[in-house]
Design a protein around this ligand. Sequence first.
Ligand code: SAH
Length: 341
Amino acid sequence: MNNIYDYRLDDLKEYFKKLNEKEFKAIQVYEWLYKKRIKTFDEMTNIKKEVIEKLKQDFSIEPLNILKKQIDTDVCKYLFELKDKNRIEAVLMKHDYGNSLCVSTQVGCNMSCTFCESGRLKKVRNLKSHEMISQILQVEEDLNIRITHIVLMGIGEPFDNYDNVIKFIDIINTPNGIDLGARHITVSTSGIVPKINEFAKNPKQVNLAISLHAPNNEVRNQIMPINKAYPIEQLIESVKQYINKTNRRVTFEYIMLKDINDSEINAQELSKLLKGINCYVNLIPYNETSHIKYKKSTKEQIMKFYDTLKKNNINVTIRKEFGKKVSAACGQLRSNYEEER
Ligand code: SAH
């Protein structure tokens, strides 16, 4: 049975049209689901009984199950169980500008980045759109807050689950629904070039972030196998074309790994690579995990790297560190949970 949260407003309009019902019913249903946040079809009191019965026959409405949660001052991490018992994570971060939720897009991940905890579990399956939406609805209800920003930076590679991710964005961006502004949504990719090209044609003003993490092919091949399929030159070229088409600034994420990608030479290489591109670089202090050998760069090294980029006129920020206490790197909660058992 299809989950009702997998339906775009237009899909529901189509559904009602086929039943010879007014399209307006779709808007009413959307408002029950996303504005009033009901849990059962029976609560949709302005919809007539026989339509409710039909909805019950045709759709499921179940949310994800919260299995575990870890709270810190500015961050709250959730482990969810899916209907098929697979597990995924979502992380809520409280910023001064609002509440941002880091959403998972797959069970496991096939990108095999050597520094990343999520990739230790290979992809089991893609998440459906409703499973991404439920992460938002459940966290909002649990903490009694409104989420203002979405980052697709949890477990999984969003562009390896392209259609469900695009549908998810369409649904949460719908004004009769959750109504999250496109500019408040960021998709992060390890660099699947054909999908970046496809994404450039999407009319929504969604932000794009690229997990670059290295200034040259030698280092990038070593830490991100995807680079062998789409080397840096191809990646940068597709980002340039994306910017040309969309006029939007792109973010490059750069994890600072001690003695791997954090030297002065690397900072110079990165400046040269990104010169003249409408972008900014987000330096991310590496979140160490017990299973992986990499260390985070020292504060001094990060500052030196930052200064070099600044001197070379590259826009750069250092990401605030979240959730030291709550195993905040993608995939850590799931893998720790499984080890405890
Ligand atoms: N697959 C997508 C989105 C998921 S990863 C991508 O690669 O962009 C989201 C971000 O977290 C990526 O930039 C990833 O490289 C980074 N990341 C993974 N493990 C991390 C860790 N231990 N510390 C800090 N950042 C990490």
